[in-house]
Design a protein around this ligand. Structure first.
Ligand code: HEM
Length: 225
């Protein structure tokens, strides 16, 4: 939503569950990407893939019932809003949005959708469902998502520069410049901590359930099919 910044102050925009979701998603995607090719790291890759899946389910629900700026209804906009926002950038008078701007929101929806395809295809491959085409799809979607993440980070930095605001810091602290009535009342700290603990508990359980490598076991370093 656009806001008049003349009365702006630092207000709470991102609740803690949204921030925990974001940084765990970024970490899990990056970790799963770098461990994708090696058999030695397969359990880590699969664990991080499941983590992305769990995070996406959480975000889907939180997008329906969460706080104001986390709700899909508040930031998913049509092409007209995206074009108007991009036009305002070109004109040098960027529209101010307290939550996600319409162009950023488009990238976010695409990242969430690609993430879901990535997890579902990965799960099927791991359970020997589907053929080579699914592996090609999995790899293709991962590459597309990496490119989109690059675009997302570039756009975040550019938009922060245009708006004279550090958006990365805002995703850490939850606070942005805005009119007081645009802020959210609660940070939902307990839910954020529970989300983090649930992911950590899952990682520990996966670690514990990992079979000990047999003495002298050899791993083929590369994924060769
Ligand atoms: C160093 C890497 C990254 C940085 C600095 C970064 C930064 C940010 C920032 C600042 C926002 C809020 C944008 C706004 O103000 O509207 C955001 C949102 C978002 N980012 Fe990233 N991001 C990074 C990596 C990633 C990765 C790897 C993914 C996905 C795999 C991702 C997915 C998202 C999503 C889904 C949102 C929306 C958050 C929500 O509403 O739940 N980001 N990111």
């Amino acid at each position: 939503m656009s806001t008049n910044t003349s009365t702006s102050m630092r207000i709470l925009v991102w609740d803690l569950p949204t921030r925990v979701f974001h940084w765990l998603l970024a970490l899990s995607f990056a970790g799963a990407y770098v461990t994708a090719e090696s058999e030695r790291w397969r359990l880590v890759h699969v664990t991080l893939g499941y983590t992305v899946g769990g995070l996406l389910v959480f975000r889907l629900l939180w997008g329906l019932v969460g706080t104001r700026h986390a709700r899909f209804a508040s930031f998913v906009r049509g092409p007209a809003a995206v074009l108007r926002y991009l036009g305002s950038l070109v004109a040098g008078r960027p529209e101010h949005h307290t939550g996600h701007n319409p162009a950023g929101a488009l990238a976010i929806v695409a990242l969430l959708a690609l993430g879901a395809v990535l997890v579902l295809s990965g799960w099927s491959i791991y359970h020997d469902i589907g053929g080579d085409w699914l592996e090609d799809l999995h790899e293709g979607v991962a590459g597309t998502m990496l490119a989109l993440v690059g675009l997302h980070v570039g756009a975040v930095l550019l938009s922060g520069w245009l708006h004279h605001e550090n958006l990365v810091r805002a995703m850490v602290s939850g606070r942005k410049q805005g009119a007081p009535q645009e802020g959210i009342r609660r940070a939902w700290r307990v839910l954020g901590v529970l989300l983090l603990l649930a992911v950590l508990a899952f990682w520990v359980q996966q670690w514990r359930s990992a079979p000990a490598p047999a003495a002298g076991a050899q791993y083929s370093e590369d994924y060769d099919d």
